[in-house]
Design a protein around this ligand. Structure first.
Ligand code: B16
Ligand code: MG
Length: 214
């Protein structure tokens, strides 16, 4: 029996994944490294450092270079997200959060992003969320289960009572590693290993999630 729903942030509740892409693309162009949307798919849900390593594709870099490039990418990303408003919530996201809360489910945001506090502030979501666990937590990031396990602990539920909602392969892996049920959003090639798959949250109501909530 599911009692809590743990939402990923980027690509699930809001389309910041596009801003991550634009920021990495800007850095890659400046460094003369080919990088397109297809390459970006592998970066979904993984940490900033792991993303940079994927972008570099084995090119040599000192620790100092890496730090400078991660900071530069983050500066570009923060420029984009600082312009966000509640209009940047993806269709269906707020409705579902409200419906869950009205029906006694606990809700959490579980994101690998260190920028989660700023994004949540811009989206004005605090009222509908019981706990937030993000990339600032002293824990391994997805695909490790740590962030999801921490969220369950903060909500006072056990992993078997949690449903994870994720758009990234690494996020579905993390949910399963935590012993939780999973709802994958997006193409089957990316999230087909989830317990249930939907294109996105547009028009999705509690009743539609029955197969993974019971
Ligand atoms: P930051 P999520 C993830 O967030 C993003 O999907 C991923 O693209 C990003 O690299 C990661 O956060 C770290 O973000 O650089 O802001 O700390 O999908 O787990 O909400
Ligand atoms: Mg995501």
């Amino acid at each position: 029996m599911i009692r809590a729903v743990l939402f990923d942030l980027d690509g699930v509740l809001t389309d910041t994944s596009e801003y991550h892409f634009l920021a990495w693309k800007r850095l890659a162009d400046e460094l003369g490294i080919p990088f397109d949307r297809q390459d970006n798919e592998a970066l979904r849900g993984v940490s900033r450092r792991e993303s940079l390593l994927l972008l570099l594709k084995g090119r040599p870099a000192t620790e100092e270079d890496m730090q400078a490039w991660m900071e530069r990418k983050n500066r570009y990303y923060v420029e984009y997200i600082s312009q966000m408003t509640p209009e940047n919530l993806l269709p269906g996201a707020l409705n579902l959060l409200q419906e869950l809360r009205a029906n006694g489910y606990k809700t959490a945001i579980v994101s690998s992003s260190k920028n989660t506090p700023l994004v949540l502030e811009r989206l004005n979501l605090a009222h509908w969320i019981d706990a937030v666990v993000d990339g600032n937590a002293p824990a391994r990031s997805k695909p490790a289960p740590d962030l999801f396990l921490l969220a369950a602990e903060r909500l006072g539920v056990v992993p078997q009572e949690c449903l994870v909602v994720e758009d990234a392969a690494a996020g579905i892996d993390a949910g399963h590693a935590a012993g939780m049920r999973t709802l994958g959003l997006g193409p089957r090639e990316r999230v087909g290993h989830a317990d249930m798959v939907l294109p996105d949250l547009n028009g999705v109501h509690l009743a539609d999630l029955k197969p993974v909530l019971e």
